[in-house]
Design a protein around this ligand. Structure first.
Ligand code: DGJ
Length: 728
């Protein structure tokens, strides 16, 4: 840190209040390498001047002139509101009680407070004279180079104000070109990468599905500046992710001045919000970072921030596990489960998870058509109960987990018979089922109590439960709530209800590991990850499909949260057959699990699995806490390769896969990243008798590995290798 930065840091330990009106002033939000600079102009507007590299003296912007003609609107505003002279999509759009649709936010005051030696929070108060206050909250995480932003909107008038747009943040960017990377997909093919050069007009990334909201698009992006390519190691990249578990919208609009205006937040779709007098609406955090060393550094900034601030207790390493789903589906009894627990123990795994099918008596949950909502253990399948299974596991030194889907109900269930009024439905319209189920209305506090109660009861019944898989297998259609007066509050209040249940759960059960599953990766976003330890990345367990799914997911979300399981072949989703080693090598790049019937494995397969599980446990701290470097992208290459490096650069693990056969002439060369060129590293291929790399077992200079690289013989599709590196 420079002397000037240290002085600024010391000054920031004191809260600073500024309340001058109508005098030009500069406000800066800084991390180690980044600055956001905002200026209050003479009329009191809060202008957005800069997001990018660190600027030590924000007063350089005093007297700044953009030379923009006034008929092209205002200079970029920090939080643009509709009306006045603002013509792009607005962060805030309101209707005042007198019917006025214009909003003019003027600066009132700001305060900057140092929360600890790494985090600074800046709150800037703006107000419209007709009775609205908006506080912009920027939190800067210095060493992670991440800044989060959200707004807090307060009705200070006498009557309700209608909020139409209420985005978390607005980010104006100026560059010659904007190359956007974003994510699309569907069930079993989440987080596929789309890349495109933005042109004038708007590009929207959004969800209108409420629950299961990240299957089709994800509230995150990477933006490469001044280029038409995506590069791991070079160039300027802005990355962003929204922490919200409901409808989202990210709007990228290039205007006539070639400026890109990014809006991010709750989707305004059908969500007009009536803000009562004296009430405050708090929008979710939008997380931004800026890298000068390509997409790789942007990912690592987000991952560091997530581990340090964004995830629910990242100090817990989610255990290796066997999940019963693909191995047993609904067809099991106590013996099937205790045998699986024995197999967990024998194979060196650490946790067993009993998936769907364990509950329901009047309507036994023997398929997905009935029983959902009736959370009593099925007495004919499991007469000894859940606690017995938990005890059985614990006696063997195995941890125990169970599946629930508490937000949902089958029409054929005792719960649906008792509480039809709890179901999400629009008055006078058919209630559609998805996977034979309805959605419970979490806007209703009674339903919130019920959902909390499902979790609580399961935990009370079997206090040995260490892990809960929380599933949600449908999205919202034909929305409506019997509980709500104003139907357009549904989308927001559902998520608020969800969070309030999770707050109660975390208060009472801080140590239970909880996985967010939503038909696979339907809840992969930083709002859920404040409560959940990990996500079920996808229902697609097939290793080749997983390459793209895991590559995309880990661009934004760290590997410690991505559950990744080895399953049987032919794969149940795709029918594809891949070697067991390839399946393990893919699954070991995230949180490793198995999802198959161990009894169906040959002795040879079991033997290999045991070795792979044992070696994973030796290096998994690198997957959970190391820096991720992508060496080859499945979108640009016939290989996928990545590595995780310990923070002290003394240890690393490299994964490399051949994902397409490309003739016998071509073989890969992977230049390793993130190592210290001045150190010597031993390199050893794991889980093989004969290595595919001539250098396995040797020691190399770091500069050789970084500047030349390794050339494992991975010539055929599904050839794969895992290398462990240790500094000597
Ligand atoms: C969908 C999940 O994604 C699966 O892993 C499994 O838990 C099933 N639901 C159970 O119904």
């Amino acid at each position: 840190m420079s002397a000037k930065k240290i002085l600024i840091s010391i000054l920031l330990t004191l809260p600073v209040f500024m309340t001058a009106r109508a005098a030009e002033k500069q406000i800066s939000v800084n991390t180690d390498d980044l600055s956001i600079i905002l200026s209050v102009d003479k009329s009191g507007q809060l202008l957005f001047r800069h997001f990018g590299g660190y600027i030590s003296d924000p007063d350089c912007f005093s007297g700044f002139k953009s030379y923009r003609r006034s008929d092209y609107g205002t200079d970029p505003l920090a939080y643009p509101a509709s009306g006045g002279r603002y013509f792009n999509d607005a962060a805030l759009s309101v209707e005042f009680p007198d019917g006025d649709l214009n909003c003019e936010l003027l600066y009132k005051s700001h305060i900057t407070e140092r929360l600890d030696d790494n985090v600074t929070r800046t709150e800037i108060m703006l107000a419209d004279a007709k009775g609205l206050e908006v506080t912009l909250v920027y939190t800067a995480y210095e060493k992670e180079n991440v800044i989060t932003a959200h707004s807090e909107i307060t009705n200070t008038g006498r009557k309700p104000v209608m909020l139409r747009n209420y985005y978390s943040a607005s980010l104006p960017v100026i560059a010659e070109k904007y190359y956007l990377t974003h994510f699309y997909g569907a069930w079993a093919m989440e987080m596929q990468v789309d890349r495109e050069l933005l042109t004038h007009g708007s590009k929207v990334i959004e969800s209108k599905k409420g629950v299961r909201t990240t299957h089709t698009e994800n509230p995150s992006f990477m933006l490469s500046l001044n280029t038409e390519t995506f590069d791991e190691n070079y160039g300027e990249v802005i990355a962003g992710a929204l922490a919200w578990s409901g409808n989202f919208k990210l709007n990228f609009q290039i205007d006539e001045t070639d400026r890109l205006n990014i809006l991010a937040g709750i989707n305004p779709y059908a969500s007009e919000y009536r803000l009562e007098k004296d009430r405050t609406f708090v929008t979710p955090d939008m997380i931004f970072t800026y890298s000068f060393a390509g997409a790789g550094q942007a990912s690592r900034n987000l991952h560091d921030w997530a581990r340090n601030y964004g995830l629910y207790d990242s100090s817990v390493m989610c255990p290796t596990l066997l999940n019963s789903w693909e191995g047993a589906y609904f067809d099991f009894d106590t013996k099937t489960i205790t045998d699986m627990i024995d197999d967990v123990k024998d194979m060196g795994l650490e946790l067993f998870v009993l998936d769907d099918g364990w509950f329901g008596n009047k309507y036994p949950r023997n398929n997905d058509k009935q029983g959902l909502g009736d959370w009593d253990v099925n007495r004919s399948k499991l007469p000894e109960g859940i606690a017995y299974l938990g005890d059985y596991a614990h006696e063997k030194g195995v941890r125990f987990g169970i599946w629930i889907e508490p937000e949902m109900v089958n029409p054929k269930s005792e719960l649906a018979e008792r509480h039809p009024e709890w179901v999400v439905k629009a008055e006078g319209r058919p209630v559609t089922t998805i996977r034979n189920q309805w959605l419970l209305d979490l806007t209703n506090p009674e339903v919130q109590d019920f959902v909390f109660g499902v979790f609580d009861r399961v935990m009370q019944e079997a206090p040995t439960i260490d892990y809960i898989k929380w599933d949600a297998n449908r999205h919202v259609e034909s929305f409506g709530s019997e509980y709500l007066d104003k139907q357009s509050h549904f989308w927001v209040e559902y998520v608020q209800g969800f969070y309030s249940v999770l707050d109660r759960i975390r208060e009472k059960y801080p140590d239970v590991i909880i996985q967010a599953c939503s038909s696979g990766g339907g809840r992969v976003e930083y709002g859920a990850l404040k409560y959940f330890n990990e996500v079920w990345t996808s229902d697609n367990t097939e290793a080749l499909s997983r390459v793209r799914i895991q590559y995309g997911t880990n661009l934004i979300y760290p590997a410690c949260v991505t559950g990744s399981h080895v399953s049987a072949v032919p794969n149940h989703q795709t029918g594809n057959i891949t070697p067991l080693k390839f399946r393990f090598d893919i699954a070991c790049a995230g949180r490793l699990g198995l999802e198959l019937q161990p009894k169906a494995m040959s002795a040879e397969e079991r033997d290999f699995s045991k070795k792979a599980i044992a070696s994973y446990k030796e290096y998994r701290d690198l997957i959970f806490n190391g820096d991720l470097y992508r060496l080859a992208s499945p979108y640009d290459s016939d290989y996928y390769a990545l590595m995780y490096v310990s923070k002290d650069k003394k240890r690393a693990v490299v994964f490399a896969y051949c994902i397409r056969y490309q003739g016998r002439a071509l073989l890969p060369l992977f230049r390793l990243s993130g190592l210290d060129p001045a150190l010597d590293y031993s390199i050893k291929e794991l889980n093989v008798d004969k290595s595919c790399f001539w250098g396995s077992g040797k020691t190399f200079n770091g500069d050789f590995l970084v500047n030349h690289g390794i050339n494992p013989k991975l010539g055929k599709i599904y050839d794969s290798a895992v290398f462990y590196l240790q500094a000597e």
